[in-house]
Design a protein around this ligand. Sequence first.
Ligand code: 7RM
Length: 649
Amino acid sequence: MSSGNSIESVLHETRSFPPSAEFSAQANIKSQEEYQQMWQRAKDDPAGFWGDMAENLDWFKKYDSVLEGDMPETKWFSGGKLNASYQCLDRHLDSWRKNKAAIIWEGEPGDVRVLRYQDLYREVCKFANVLKSLGVETGDRVTLYMPMIPELAIAMLACARIGAPHSIIFGGFSSEAIADRNNDAQAKVVVTADGGWRRGKVVPLKANVDGSLDKSPSVQKVVVVRRTGCDVDMVPDRDYWWHDLAEKASPDCDPVELDSEHPLYILYTSGSTGKPKGVLHTTAGYMLGTTMTSKWVFDLKEDDTYWCTADIGWVTGHSYIVYGPLSNGATTLMYEGAPNWPDEGRFWEIVEKYQVNIFYTAPTAIRAFIKWGDDWPAKSDLSSLRLLGTVGEPISPDAWMWYHKTIGQERCPIVDTWWQTETGGIMLSPLPGVTATKPGSCTTPLPGVVPDIVTEEGESLGDNQGGLLVMKQPWPHMLRTLYGDHDRFLDVYFSKIDGCYFAGDGARRDEDGCYWIMGRVDDVINVAGHRLSTMEVESALGAHSAVAEAAVVGFPHEIKGEGICCFVTLKTADGTDELKKELIAHVRTQIGAIATPDQIRFAAAVPKTRSGKIMRRLLRDIAAGKESVGDTTTLEDYSVLASLRAEDG
Ligand code: 7RM
């Protein structure tokens, strides 16, 4: 943040793209009036509005009240009983949807599986029975560390069926990170695979789990899917093949009738300290939020083929590959591997092959597509596409225009969806049949979302003044706590701005009420759409015997959005290239491949304020190669700066 109260905003974009009349006419929300009316009602009478929306879920027992309490301690749909796997499966089975494709899956090597709703239901029931046979009870936590294969969705829904919250760990995390998360959640069972395919190579998932287990004593059993056929160690009475257990399991398993606020899952996300936060979502509110936002934003129709390219290891995959689309009875496409394997045309071949209608991806992927060139998408027929989406970071107007022209062929609305692991579902986004989109803006709040832009003191700012993005009203799919650390939950999200949820992003609102996100205001960086805490990388480096101190910042990166730059002071060792490599490898073992540093710069000291705080703003400027370093009046040791700049990455 710059000095003064508001954050300086430099982006000025005036192009605007209203939806076509044809799109609006067929859309789930058709007009500005309809949207305005919904939004106003949800603001003035949230209980009435969300109570009406809750008709879209199937309840074993109707709730007594829609909303109790106010932020941060809210309870939604108290007294109600339901089950998330029932929402996604059982309720579609007594209609023609029983034979509709629920999941169309393509593996990286080109293998294909299609699971109809009935097939998925049976597999989920079988695996729910497997979990029970391994001693998993309602309330127990289960870690899923898996590739993008149907078994991941099956395991999630099986956990939901018996009320065992899942904790999914993205396959790019290391043994150390798995152990941390297993311990924090006190997971009883880990589900994994021998490996997964990525750019023609096997990611050794089971071996990574093995490396975590002596440090995760809570884990009693490990279930392993055979995916790649690579060699794995199987420990008797601890490790079991999925297929051995599932083969013997019954395909019937009654869904447990769970309280509305029963925990559905924990998902670890980076905050501004070294310790990841276990974001906890609960059943009714989360299911309602993901169900409604999928319908509104992706305009889901019965005959759509919908593809979200995220990994299920991130919240986007939880909400918009699995729970939201399946709750709506949609066909959701899942792809296992890399976008450039065997070549850079893979995504567009998939679009043509399955006649994908709705395509949801991230700005980092779009930047890669642009770099790879227009010839790749030109090889495939993209005329099935009718709607495009983005998520994960601000998209530059240039990348937006490329997406609009080259992929959308100037025909498809683009929904730039702003939300977070914590918000559970989309918060700010165009409605594709309603909103005039602007390249680079996530535009307006969805019904039930009441945002504002405020100063550090909590005063509302006017049009086009940059400030802090907050939410002034509770919504059903918001996080309920940080697992095992409610005080941190209160502190991080609710202590900064009185009475509001503090998102950690800077933003401005323009004269049309459209929001423009300016990025994080804390020590969280966004590397290829993945949230990482600079503190986490600093802690990892600090654990290396040669390192005295480390300061980590993001810097602009052509494809990843932000790269990771580490300023390292050494105890005694020499700053050799060998040591640089060793430190990079060390961070990869401590956190995982996603945290691989792009630059290591050895320095005699890191610049600090008089009170001892690392001057990250200065380091960011140096990492970005900027000459002017701004205000240094509180800098402790001026000579440090010159030496940092001299040391070249
Ligand atoms: C869904 C997800 C959340 C952070 C968030 C922002 C950034 C996400 C957008 C965006 C600008 C967007 N969850 N972010 N979407 N910034 N425009 N459309 O990404 O928890 O992993 O990250 O991502 O900074 O706070 S997340």
